[in-house]
Design a protein around this ligand. Structure first.
Ligand code: ADP
Ligand code: AMP
Length: 213
């Protein structure tokens, strides 16, 4: 099963993608996590990606597409995957589609997690991330067991640089301009599924499981 998660930054794509990955035993692939791991390790890719991420801009397609295609070619992706944060532009979606076409394959579901912009701004300010294992929490809605510490790996949680209020609005603008058109792209291919992302994360997940079966 090959799944694409759609939705604004902060809609809950990562939260749901991790739960999907656990239940269906497929890898969760987040281009944002891959970039953050590279930033943490100080790689050239990380340095280049950070210059865009900190401004709330998208990392250029050439760079992002290569990373994603390399990742989905790995052995653990044979039975499918859930993509979180990719594609984010029509050209990215077209490259993925072509690569899958060449394998007589396709995306089975594009799950759009719908959350209005006003809720997003509140959510991003409260998001805390573990840069070690990629887990995310929310200080009010989904708090860790111990404040500021990751439940899974016990490392310190941080407010992501790009979750600061001045960057969040820019990311939302970029989303509406460059990423939202993907809803229509996948709708035309008959694989779009919409879920209400404003309810409790368990309810969102139940709606997704209902769709995926
Ligand atoms: P995305 O991957 O789409 O950027 P995340 O999954 O990181 O979004 O979620 C953004 C923030 O909102 C996080 O702090 C997360 O804990 C919180 N969150 C996710 N789903 C819900 C929900 N259904 N209700 C309230 N908060 C949520
Ligand atoms: P995310 O963790 O998905 O919120 O992504 C964080 C940031 O990484 C984004 O704001 C972009 O700057 C960059 N990024 C992640 N995925 C992509 C992508 N598919 N295309 C371009 N930039 C991306």
């Amino acid at each position: 099963m090959k799944i694409v998660m759609l939705g604004a930054p902060g809609a809950g794509k990562g939260t749901q993608a991790k739960m999907i990955a656990d239940k269906y035993q497929i890898p969760h692939i987040s281009t944002g996590d891959i970039f953050r791991a590279n930033i943490k390790d100080g790689t050239e890719l990380g340095k280049e990606a950070k210059s865009y991420m900190d401004k709330g801009q998208l990392v250029p397609d050439e760079l992002t597409v290569k990373i994603l295609l390399d990742r989905v070619a790995k052995d653990d992706c044979k039975n499918g995957y859930v993509l979180d944060g990719f594609p984010r532009t029509i050209p990215q979606a077209e490259v993925l589609e072509e690569a899958l076409n060449n394998l007589q394959d396709k995306i089975d579901y594009a799950v759009n997690v719908e959350v209005p912009d006003e809720n997003i701004v509140r959510r991003m300010g409260g998001r805390r991330a573990c840069l070690s294992c990629g887990a995310t929490y929310h200080i009010e809605h989904i708090p860790p067991k111990t404040e500021g510490i990751c439940d899974r790996c016990e490392k310190e949680l941080v407010l992501r640089d790009d979750d600061k209020p001045e960057t969040v609005q820019k990311r939302l603008d970029v989303y509406h301009e460059q990423t939202q058109p993907l809803i229509d792209f996948y709708n035309k291919r008959g694989v779009l599924k919409e879920v209400d992302g404003t309810v409790d994360m368990k309810e969102v997940f139940a709606a997704i499981v209902n769709i995926l079966g």
